[in-house]
Each structure stands twice: as structure tokens, then as C-alpha cells.
Design a protein around this ligand. Sequence first.
Ligand code: NAP
Length: 340
Amino acid sequence: MPPPPWPIGETPHYGATVRAVVCEELGSLEDVVVEERDPQAAGAGQVLLAVRAAGVNFVDGLMCQGRYQMKPLAPYVPGSEVAGDVLEVGEGVSRVGVGDRVMAMIGFGAFQEQVAVNAESIVPVPAQLSYGQAAAFIQSYCTAWFTLARRAQLTEGEWVLVLGAGGGIGLAAIDLARSLDANVIAVASSEERLDRARALGVKATINYEQEDLKTRARQLSDGGVDVVVDPVGGRHSEPALRATKTFGRFCVVGFASGPIATVPLNQVLLNNRTVVGVDWGAWAMSDPGGQRELLAELLDLVAAGRLHPAVPSERPLEDAAEVMTGLLERKIAGKVVLVP
Ligand SMILES: NC(=O)c1ccc[n+]([C@@H]2O[C@H](COP(=O)([O-])OP(=O)(O)OC[C@H]3O[C@@H](n4cnc5c(N)ncnc54)[C@H](OP(=O)(O)O)[C@@H]3O)[C@@H](O)[C@H]2O)c1
């Protein structure tokens, strides 16, 4: 292997073993441990990455608990998003070289010091993003952009109500709606979460634990919003749907609060509203070309300085279980990355 082009002192780990977060069994996050493992090699069509940051998402915790649609065979290494440096290039790979700074969405396997990934899945990290921002970018921003640009077709000047505004998808949706010059009302459960949304330049905020969501959203938007982004579900969905005006679009993105709302269908008939389903993950797998285009649009927006992805907080690999639990139990706001 040629010597890697990093300055002395920053050389990635080349030990006999690598540290990895391992989910021993699907079910409880208590079965998530850190182990020393044999290093992987880059197989044909793969690259080996030195992981600089791995994004932690709500779905990573669901996957370890066996509550996500994708159920890996345990024991497995969790973590769906990674940013790092190319350490080794496998046979047949010409689009990247050793030392390149890259990011990827990989399903699972990111929470470790090194990971071999399919070369097709990686893209260069834009100069504007740190490793941490890059590792926390793809899932949240692709989901939010698929929601706003493809499914809701949000346009300039429209009003968009973002629930769970201090979470990963919420913050990305705000940033992206702002890039389209839409008017954003951020909705969250605490001042700390609303402050994160305010930092992205929203028009107004609502604390849905303290204010009447439907009434307040209608007041703030002068009659009703055009689009709702709902990654939260539960008891907030129906008032949010009722806050939409004529031809409003209500986007069903997730159920972070647990319950799945059942809404009276007369509320869809009234005002000619539309309920829009959003399943970015399934779409991205079924349409890789479409997904490449979606991500390229986002990277263009980053390069043009139109997006401002939040700087995530950094935690060591040893905190993986605690961070996943914190997201599932609503104890963590904003984005977190693990830094090996
Ligand atoms: N449809 C898709 O394609 C797609 C793609 C990726 C993820 N998702 C889903 O979208 C949802 C949100 O993901 P995310 O990455 O934004 O998660 P996140 O960063 O953890 O944010 C979730 C937000 O939900 C709110 N929430 C309300 N009740 C909660 C509860 N009981 N427990 C946890 N959070 C609660 C919290 O905001 P407040 O405290 O302000 O209410 C929190 O900020 C998840 O259900 C995920 O599975 C969907």
C-alpha cells in the first residue's frame, strides 16, 4: 500500500485490530458493546475508509431494537452514515484514490474505526462541510429534500409547518425550505429545540406542548399553511393537518413520538387537501439514478453556499448506545456524530 498522504500526527489508525460498536442481538440497546475486530480489506469494487465521523440517526436505534423494516443479521456493526478518508482502493475502482475525503450512506457498519464500502455509494465531501457535518447530512437532507422538492413540490413564498423542528429531519427541512425562499414555521417541544430552528432563520415558532398548534399556525400564516412536514406523528398530526389551507399538502414522514395518527378523512376532503406519503429509503433503493440526482442537487446547494447544515455534537464510539437511546427517548436534540 502506498504511504497515505496525511500530515504526521493525523495518520488514521493502522493497528492490528480496529474498534467497532457491535450490536450482539437485535432487541435491546444494552446488547450494544465496543469490541476489537480484525480490520477489513477493500474487496473488488470497494474502498476501505478510515472513519472520521459516523452520523447517529433515529433509525439506527430502531434497527438495533429490531423495530426497523431492515433487520440485519446480528451480531452486526450499526451506523448508516459515514464520512472519512479513503485508505485503500479495491480492484476495479477508478473514481476515487487513497486520501480522498468522502461520505456515504451505507445501511449499517459505520460505527467503527474503518469500514469497507461499495465504491458506488461514496461521494466527495464538499469543501464547505466538516467530516461531522458530512456524516450527518445524507439521510436527513435527502429525506427532507425528497419530501419538499419531489413529493410536496414546495415553491417560493409558500408557508411550511415543520414538526420536530429541532430534530435531524426537522432541521434539514427548515434549511432546505429556506433555500427555496419558503416561509417556515418551526414547531417543537422546548425552547432549546426552537432555538436551533431559529438559528436557521425561520419566520415563526410554535411550542406544541404549550400552544394550540392548529390555531397558532393559522394565525401566523394568515389563514393556513401550504405544506406540513411531519416526522413526529401521534397527537400532533391531526391539528397540523387542520392547519393547512386550500390545496395544502400534509407530508407523512415519520412517527418519532410512537403512535400513528388516524385522521378523519373529511379533513382531507375539506379545502381540497392532499396527504402525501414519504418513503425516501425505499425510493432511493428502487431508483439509484434518481437518488444520485437528488444528492447531486443537494451538494450543488451546499457548494453554492445556500445550505447551513448544523454542526453536530461529537461523541466517542463508546457512547453509541447512550446516543441511540437518547434519540429514541427524546433526550437529545439536534445531530450527533460518533468520532472514533
Ligand atoms: N420517511 C422517511 O423516508 C424517513 C427517513 C428517515 C427517517 N424517518 C423517520 O423520521 C422520524 C424522525 O427522524 P429524525 O432523524 O428527525 O429523528 P430525531 O432527530 O430524533 O428527531 C425526532 C423529533 O421527534 C420529536 N419527538 C416527539 N416525540 C418524541 C418521542 N416520544 N421520542 C423521540 N422523539 C420525539 C422530537 O422533537 P420534539 O421534542 O420537539 O417533539 C425530536 O426532535 C423517525 O421516526 C424516523 O424513523 C423517515
